[in-house]
Structures are given as structure tokens and as C-alpha cells.
Write a protein that binds this ligand. Sequence first.
Ligand code: ZN
Length: 211
Amino acid sequence: MVSETHTHEHDHAEHDHAHAHDAGEHEHAAELSEEAREAARERLRRGALAQIRQYPDVALRMKAREVTEFDEFLVQLVERMMTLMEDAQGVGLAATQVGVVQRLFVFSPDESGSFAVVNPRIVASSAETATEEEGCLSLQGVRVPVERATTISLEGVDPSGKEVRFELEGLAARVAQHENDHLDGVLIIDRTDAEHRREALGILRPQIVLR
Ligand SMILES: [Zn+2]
């Protein structure tokens, strides 16, 4: 068995913040274009969210099936999910969130890149856990504390069917556990405490508009 091992660690690359300060006119123009770029990113984000299933969409509660066909459809699906994840400014996206009830997710936990895992299995989890706030692209406006294992070993295959193995820790481990949950129809509101669940359901309740 051939497997790849990816280790995710967070190294904080130092960025060079050298800005030329020219005439005031120049600075003003740069400010405006940054504003325009931000507006464009926000339009992309909203467009992506509109294509991602939102709670209480039934697809979010389905248990996904193993992927058996490694064909052009799968390759295109992964490409589409990668783009949606990036445009939505998320760090992970599961197939059930785009209405495809198959076991795969994409994630991008740090600067090392974006990965697609097909038929993922968490084969080992640390006894040590940590509780941190999580959000979800399918639960807009909700952030709840969720307890997760701090390190996991994740196995699966890539979109071409080649075996892959990831040793994950910290945020990367958290994201993979969150996305893997999606494939079993499990959401962060199922993983949090009763008080935060009640609060989240209040945010998610459809607003009735009286005219
Ligand atoms: Zn999610």
C-alpha cells in the first residue's frame, strides 16, 4: 500500500510589509481600489454561499455513500467544491453541502494548500481534546463551541483513487473532523452543549415576514 503523509503545522511566515508612500493622491487611489477589491470578494462570497445548501436543507442530514466511480464527474465535482470553498472564504466543504450525497470533502486548513479526500476515514484520534468555537458555511451566523480530538490520522483516496494519509493537528484536525461529520449528517449544533444549541436554533429559525 502506497500512502502519502502530509503533516500540517502552523509556521507563521513573516510577511514583508514594505509600502511606498508617495503623494497623498496615490494613497487615496490605493484605498479606493482596496475597497473595490473587498466589495468584489464579498460578492463572490455571497454568490458561493447561495450555491451551498443552508440549514435546514435535507441533504445536510443525509448519510453519504462511498464513492465507487472515479470518473470525470468526480474530478469536476472536486474542482467546483474547491472554488466554492475559496470563494465562500471557508476552510472546508463536504459534498453533502452541495447536495451530492457521496463521501468526499475538500479542506484548506493552512497555507500548505487545499486537499480533496474521497472516502475519508479517521483511523486514529488523540484522547486529548480541545473545545473551540466553530462556524459552518451551511449555518450562517452561528458559532458554537465544539469539543474535538486535537490530533487525528485520516486515511482515504484522492480523486484519482490513489491512497492518501494525513497526520493532522490543531485547526487542520478540527476542520477534518467537522467535514467528516457532514458525511454522516452530523452538524456542529449536534456537537455543542444544550445552551448553545438553543441559541443557534434561535438564529437559524426562519424569519416570518408579515406584509
Ligand atoms: Zn460545516
